[in-house]
Design a protein around this ligand. Structure first.
Ligand code: NCD
Ligand code: ZN
Length: 351
């Protein structure tokens, strides 16, 4: 019999871009409405590199999400070649930095200040290993000679494998994996390694982005790959393995910045993330694995308690708006104007 509704422990989103200023105010509620906690990415125009910056940013997020008073932003530090080890360790001890994010320099949006050579931050990574602070990795090499569709697979070989050999106890999240190579690699590692999977990489392949006209709103980094990889990700997410968990990588950009001669990378999936993930689990005949992926595996990996609230999704169709937000900040949400078959039931208990 087809499920009509599903109730699970409230999920968390382990990879979110909330931006700052007016954009933050406009979009933060969409994440806070669906999730108990979210890992907040530090790639603001001025990267979040100090405890004070992260604490101030956390306050701005809490203000922007005050309608959802239980929502908890979990902050991250942006690793640079010159990041101060002591600052990082102090921030983790004080409970401000949940984790630290590694962007290879120039890999993606606001990553110019990222790490130019991983060896330069080995002392930092060793300190993180010692205190059990997770390293979150944007796993793409940036060398010009490497094809964009191969950048994740080459990263595994050139950076990830040697790193894990050198630091076997370091907790690492391979963020937004997009390939069969990454899914297989993560599965083969110890329980110090896990991965987030976005909903769009479970639902779209590169044809969806490129065939019949370019769809700038489906362009993100790491870029969607061929069908074989999408199928491997669906298998990994629904397999029941504790190594894979929900991370939307929701990354809003104003429409003008997406529909441009040099369009920005990022998909704004926050408004209906859970409905879309659930659709995938239903299609895969794996509704019984949804709660583990969305609500249990992440906290287990991070060493945090699971949320004690519940949420319910109902089999009620809804249409995604064509646009969200106003004027120069208007955004085209993921699946704009499409009809979804599930709907998150929002009541006082969600808040
Ligand atoms: C992200 C952004 O816009 O900040 N973009 C994206 O395509 N995912 C950065 C990132 O996570 O790569
Ligand atoms: Zn991201």
């Amino acid at each position: 019999m087809d499920a009509k509704s599903i109730t699970i422990t409230k999920p968390d989103d382990w990879h979110v871009h909330l931006r700052d200023g007016e954009m933050l105010k406009q979009i933060a509620g969409y994440t806070a409405r669906q999730f108990g906690r979210a890992i907040i990415m530090p790639n603001l125009a001025t990267p979040v590199t100090t405890v004070a910056m992260a604490a101030a940013y956390r306050d701005r997020i809490l203000k922007a999400t005050q309608d959802y008073s239980r929502f908890q932003p979990l902050m991250t530090a942006y690793l640079t070649d010159t990041i101060d080890v002591q600052e990082l360790v102090n921030g983790h001890k004080e409970g401000v930095f949940t984790a630290a994010k590694l962007y290879p320099a120039n890999a993606t949006t606001n990553s110019a200040a990222g790490v130019s050579d991983i060896k330069k931050i080995y002392p930092v990574l060793e300190a993180m290993q010692k205190i059990g602070m997770p390293l979150l990795v944007h796993g793409e090499v940036v060398s010009h000679e490497i094809d964009i569709f191969d950048r994740e697979a080459v990263f595994i070989e050139q950076i990830m494998e040697p790193l894990l050999k050198d630091m076997p106890e370091l907790k690492v999240v391979f963020e937004h994996i997009t390939t069969q190579d990454a899914a297989d690699f993560v599965e083969s590692q110890s329980n110090h390694m896990a991965a987030t999977i976005t909903v769009h990489h479970l639902q779209i392949n590169r044809n969806d982005m490129l065939v019949g006209g370019i769809k700038p709103h489906l362009y993100c980094l790491p870029v969607a790959k061929r069908e074989q990889h999408r199928l491997a990700l669906r298998k990994a997410a629904t397999s029941g393995s504790g190594k894979f968990f929900l991370g939307t990588d929701t990354a809003p950009h104003a429409i003008g910045d997406k529909e441009s001669a040099c369009g920005c990378a990022g998909i704004f999936s926050a408004p209906h993330a859970l409905e879309n993930y659930l659709q995938v689990f239903e299609e895969e005949g794996a509704l019984d694995q949804f709660e583990a992926f969305a609500s249990l595996n992440g906290p287990t990996f991070y060493g945090l308690p699971v949320n004690n609230q519940k949420i319910t999704l109902e089999k009620v169709s809804q249409q995604v708006p064509l646009m969200i937000g106003q004027k120069s900040l208007a955004i085209s949400p993921y699946k704009a104007d499409k009809t979804l078959s599930w709907r998150l039931k929002v009541n006082a208990k969600n808040i």
